[in-house]
Ligand binder design. Structure first.
Ligand code: F6P
Length: 327
């Protein structure tokens, strides 16, 4: 298939939703229609591909969605797509709807699927990184990460008021799956006394000693940010391990959970999503067949699809060290 043969594209969102996915859909649909391409929306990601849940989209289909969280195309994690029969059905449906290429908006699971779609069936795919976790190789930031950081930071600021009023110790768990990006940046933004991440495993003695130091200097409120994927097993498990020593500080646990995934995207995420949604369609028009669009050092980039999930993106360890100095 050559670049010229793409007449109609499919667009879908898959995996965990993230704020800004709608802005990415809008940009992809409008860039495609402006270039004379037809667009089919595929609802519920790979599952919708299998279940034949397709909807024709036009310029107007994406009006007034830029500012909305979630995804108008819905999302799902599909077990059926893991089977050969499921994948065959998905491709049959793509062909039935005369879709020549797809724009996949999502995280690492989405891009593993997209890699298979290309490698097994030769289907042209371009990925747009949409996940609050920011854990994709090939882009400095993913769509939704900035909004999630701000949402978590605001929640932690509120918890800080209570922590301060009662001189309490709070263990606050944030999302991020196996990655500590959200924990690191919300920890710094909210002045946390300790940040625990899967990328920088800390022994329980270290955690006890650090907290003892903090309380020794001045008895005051303390906030520990725990990434959900941290070795400690999360905030509740950590609380059990600390209760004997720190119970006297009226310790409380707060798990921020899915509130981090919702809400209206920040201006930063809206711009990022618009830029990447549009760049994805442009990449297809330019003849790219299995890549993810990203932004590195403020420039739009392309990364081979399989590298986005097989290579690990590192957190900024200097930032983590700095957080220790200024706590
Ligand atoms: O990948 C986004 C994410 O919110 C992770 O941070 C979290 O571990 C996971 O999804 C939760 O998934 P679910 O909504 O399926 O419980």
């Amino acid at each position: 298939m050559t670049a010229n043969t793409i007449r109609r594209i499919g667009v879908f969102t898959s995996g965990g939703d993230s704020p800004g996915m709608n802005a990415a859909i809008r940009a992809a649909v409008r860039t495609a229609t402006k270039n004379g391409l037809g667009v089919m929306g595929i609802r519920f990601g790979y599952q919708g591909m299998i279940d034949d849940d397709f909807v024709e989209m036009y310029h107007e289909s994406v009006s007034n969605i830029l500012q909305r969280g979630g995804t108008i195309l819905k999302s799902a994690r599909s077990d059926d797509f893991r089977t050969e029969a499921g994948r065959k059905k998905a491709v049959e449906n793509l062909r039935k709807h005369k879709i020549d290429a797809v724009v996949a908006i999502g995280g690492d699971g989405t891009f593993r699927g997209a890699t298979v779609l290309h490698d097994e069936f030769g289907y042209p795919v371009v990925g747009v990184p949409g996940t609050i976790d920011n854990d994709l190789f090939g882009t400095d930031e993913t769509i939704g990460y900035d909004t999630a950081l701000n949402t978590a930071m605001e929640a932690i600021d509120k918890i800080r008021d209570t922590a301060d009023a009662h001189d309490r110790l709070f263990l606050i768990e944030v999302m991020g799956r196996e990655a500590g990006f959200i924990a690191l940046e919300t920890g710094i933004a909210s002045g946390a006394e300790l940040i625990l991440l899967p990328e920088a495993v800390k022994k329980i003695e270290y955690i006890r000693n650090t907290l003892n130091d903090v309380f020794k200097v001045q008895r005051r409120s303390s906030i520990v940010i725990v990434a959900e994927g941290d070795e400690t097993g999360g905030a509740l498990t950590l609380a059990d391990k600390l209760r004997d020593d720190f119970g006297k500080y009226d310790m409380r646990v707060s798990i921020l959970g899915h509130l981090q995934r919702g809400g209206s995207p920040t201006s930063h995420d809206r711009v990022l999503a618009s830029r990447l949604g549009s760049a994805a369609v442009q990449a297809l028009l330019d003849g790219h067949r299995s890549v993810m669009v990203g932004v590195i050092n403020y420039k739009t980039t392309l990364t081979p699809m399989h590298k986005t999930w097989s290579k690990k993106k590192s957190i900024d360890f200097e930032l983590l060290e700095m957080a220790k100095v200024i706590r």
